[in-house]
Design a protein around this ligand. Structure first.
Ligand SMILES: Nc1ncnc2c1ncn2[C@@H]1O[C@H](COP(=O)(O)OP(=O)(O)OP(=O)(O)O)[C@@H](O)[C@H]1O
Ligand SMILES: [Mg+2]
Length: 389
């Protein structure tokens, strides 16, 4: 068994459970969309806290990580997870199928449910499968799709999202309003927003909830854990750790890497706080240097397009690639960068294409754009202000 330190966030899991039940002020019965930056602890929370609490409360959690295999089709990954959950209730499945009188299950009797292939039988939809799972497990199903934005990259993935929406609508009717709950998480708010922003998108009208970052209580527990392994006279102060954690944007791994570096020189360190802060500042500088190295060689048009994408990310507005407003803004920025060419819609298209090849820009299946790394938006915005000064 690994002794990895995990800070449990029980209260957060409890409040999500309440929201799923729709009992309190929060109501997530039509879907919960959680977004937080990379490496801030989303998956850990889902696996270590939410899934166990759902289990304990009598829900049936089905967890799917769409990044678990980047080559695999997201639609298939979702199907596979549901089939695996069905396999786990197989004995009851047969009984459920035999039992007469359950309307919703009747249609399911027309297909044969051989699950050994890891796929749904021909003619069965995700709604059928989820209804069967609900009936056989006798538990409301909570489907948790981690890195859900990945589904938007392919036609099949998008179809699966529409299928999940259809399943939700079918299973949350008045008679049995707790049939299915959907939780989607993603490391890019801008990408996740593509599921909810426009009328044509599957979850139009839903809101994106910021997933709370790990805070002081995490740092306190982590500091205790680290200090337990150190000699009494060498211990870290919570306040210093909190400051370093803030500087590394609430990412546990980065804090741990600084602590490890500092621990090496521990014996001779009179001021651990200072060392922690230096380590954090160094990490920030590394991140900035990386952005600079990427940004520097870009053409003025590419820089300008990137900048406009960053602005819409910060303002939480959707980016319309070829609108008048975008073209005007791209021109302004290109001029400020010293370019004498006048960017047009074609220039923007070519720039977006080049930025996509460099993996700086992401494009959804239907042509919506977002920054690959939302962290870059703040850096770009700082660059822009620096130019104005
Ligand atoms: N509650 C926690 N207690 C201890 N360590 C944590 C906790 N949450 C996250 N971490 C650590 O932080 C790192 C990132 O966690 P995790 O993979 O859960 O983040 P994520 O937001 O899902 O990242 P990604 O964007 O890559 O999907 C891991 O090394 C994990 O061990
Ligand atoms: Mg994750």
């Amino acid at each position: 068994m690994s002794k990895r330190f995990v800070f449990h966030r029980e209260a957060l899991a409890r409040s999500i459970l309440e929201g799923l039940a729709g009992a309190g002020i929060l109501d997530y019965s039509s879907g919960l969309f959680l977004a937080a930056p990379r490496r801030t602890g989303k998956s850990t929370f889902l696996r270590e806290d939410l899934v166990p609490q759902l289990d304990a409360a009598g829900w049936l959690p089905v967890y799917i990580d769409l990044w678990s295999n980047k080559q695999a089709d997201p639609g298939q990954l979702i199907e596979f997870a549901i089939v695996s959950a069905l396999q786990a209730v197989e004995p009851k499945l047969k009984k459920t199928l035999k039992a007469a009188g359950i309307d919703k299950v009747n249609i399911l009797r027309t297909v044969s449910w051989d699950l050994t292939r890891g796929a749904l039988p021909e003619g069965a939809t995700l709604t059928d499968a989820l209804q069967l799972l609900r009936a056989a497990s006798e538990k409301p199903v909570v489907l948790i799709v981690d890195e859900a934005q990945h589904a938007l990259n392919s036609e099949n993935g998008l179809n699966a999202m529409f299928a999940l929406k259809a399943a939700r609508d079918a299973m949350n009717q008045a008679v049995q309003s707790d049939g299915l709950r959907l939780i989607f998480t993603g490391s890019s708010r801008d990408k996740l927003a593509q599921l909810v922003l426009k009328r044509q998108q599957p979850f139009f009208g839903a809101t994106i909830t910021p997933f709370p970052l790990l805070g002081d209580d995490f740092v306190e527990a982590y500091t205790r854990n680290v200090n337990d392994k150190l000699a009494d006279k060498n211990s870290f102060h919570v306040e210093d750790m909190k400051r370093a954690f803030q500087l590394v944007a609430h990412r546990p791994e980065l804090l741990a890497s600084i602590v490890q570096r500092v621990a090496i020189v521990l014996g001779e360190a009179p001021n651990l706080g200072r060392l922690l802060e230096d380590g954090a500042i160094e990490i920030q500088a590394d991140i900035r240097a990386e952005y600079e190295a990427i940004y520097g060689p870009l053409t003025a048009a590419q820089k300008a397009v990137l900048q406009v994408l960053a602005e819409s990310s910060i303002q939480k507005t959707s980016f319309a690639a070829y609108s008048e407003a975008t073209i005007t803004r791209v021109r302004e920025i290109a001029v400020a960068l010293g370019s004498d060419a006048t960017p047009t819609a074609q220039t923007i298209q070519a720039a977006l294409e080049a930025l996509r090849e460099k993996e700086l820009v992401w494009r959804s299946g239907w042509g919506a754009y977002a920054l690959e790394d939302t962290g870059m938006a703040d850096w770009l915005s700082a660059q822009c202000s620096a130019r104005r000064e």
